[in-house]
Design a protein around this ligand. Structure first.
Ligand code: AHM
Ligand code: MG
Length: 297
């Protein structure tokens, strides 16, 4: 069984990047332990206007403290903060972007949630997604699973007794028929309505939990599409380019899938601010090509 470190040792990652990836991945242990004491809402909102769960706030503070202490990171952009945290004296200049606890409306019902992270080696948290050096998410399901890319394929690891060992190597996203969409149906724009209609007519099967990271993991394995579209009342959609779309999109692309807003490859879009929002379609190319075609028509 290959451990996470043994895998990283075979890649072209520098030692400090390997250390950073391992350090972030192992935070799954304290985060999982914190679930039981952080079941409620915190009574606050983040810059995107989302209600913060106690575990959102806890995970954010925990990971930021760990990263600052490591001295490996010069910038941290977190979904739970208004501004980028800067550490100009860090000995290594990695920039980390993160959603410390994605899917937080599901904490109280014990459904699957996760931590999404992207790493840039240029020290700039507002880089385009295609400049990412590594992307990963930890999924807190029946098992704790780490999905990771360092730019040479996607690898999945499972955590047991404090050690991640490889579950699957070089994961490729199949073409598929699963679909899930956020946004109220009554507010869908005609392009999105047509897209979902076509999928359903072709035998698509609905799977949507309300946790992007969990819903994407299913798409990664089985194929299909996750979408959070723009709607009649919200031209930017709900999700964020920096913390959610780019790390997940980078993983999708490394597995042979794609991320788009219907027109642009999101990995090519320059973030305008940390909480830059965007419509998202991420999944198998048979699906992303369909929404791109419909948006062109
Ligand atoms: P969060 O990062 O605060 O949890 O918000 C993002 C979540 C996604 O995980 C999920 O796909 C989406 O919001 C669900 O939204 P909705 O409840 O509108 O379907
Ligand atoms: Mg999120």
């Amino acid at each position: 069984m290959t451990t996470l470190r043994e895998y990283l040792d075979k890649t072209d990652c520098k030692d400090d990047l390997k250390d950073l990836i391992e350090l972030i991945a192992i935070q799954a242990v304290p985060i999982r332990d914190a679930f039981i004491y952080n079941q409620s809402y915190a009574g606050t909102e983040n810059s995107s206007g989302d209600k913060q769960a106690a575990l959102d706030v806890w995970s954010d503070e925990h990971i930021v403290n760990v990263l600052l202490k490591s001295n490996l990171v010069s910038q941290i952009a977190s979904e739970e903060r208004d501004d980028i945290v800067k550490n100009p004296n860090a000995k290594a200049g990695y920039a980390v972007v993160m959603d410390p606890l994605d899917g937080s409306s599901l904490i109280q019902v014990n459904l699957c949630v996760g931590t999404i992270v992207g790493i840039y080696d240029n020290g700039d948290a507002l880089s385009c997604g295609n400049q990412m050096r590594a992307a990963m998410y930890m999924l807190y399901g029946p098992m704790t699973v780490l999905t990771l890319t360092v730019g040479s394929g996607v690898y999945i690891f499972a955590l047991k007794d404090g050690v991640y060992t490889m579950l699957e190597e070089n994961v490729k996203m199949p073409q598929g028929k699963l679909y899930g969409s956020g946004g109220l149906k009554k507010d869908w724009i005609p392009e999105h309505e047509k897209f979902i209609d076509e999928i359903e007519k072709e035998g698509g099967k609905l799977r949507y939990s309300g946790s992007f990271v969990a819903d994407f993991h299913q798409i990664l394995k089985y194929g299909g599409i996750y979408c959070y579209p723009k709607t009649k009342d919200n031209a930017t959609g709900k999700l964020r380019l920096v913390f959610e779309a780019n790390p997940i999109g980078f993983i999708a692309a490394q597995a042979g899938g794609e991320i788009t807003d219907g027109v642009n490859n999101l990995l090519d879009v320059k973030p305008q601010k940390p909480h830059h929002k965007t419509p998202i379609y991420v999944g198998s190319k048979n699906m992303t090509e369909k929404i791109i075609r419909i948006c062109k028509e």
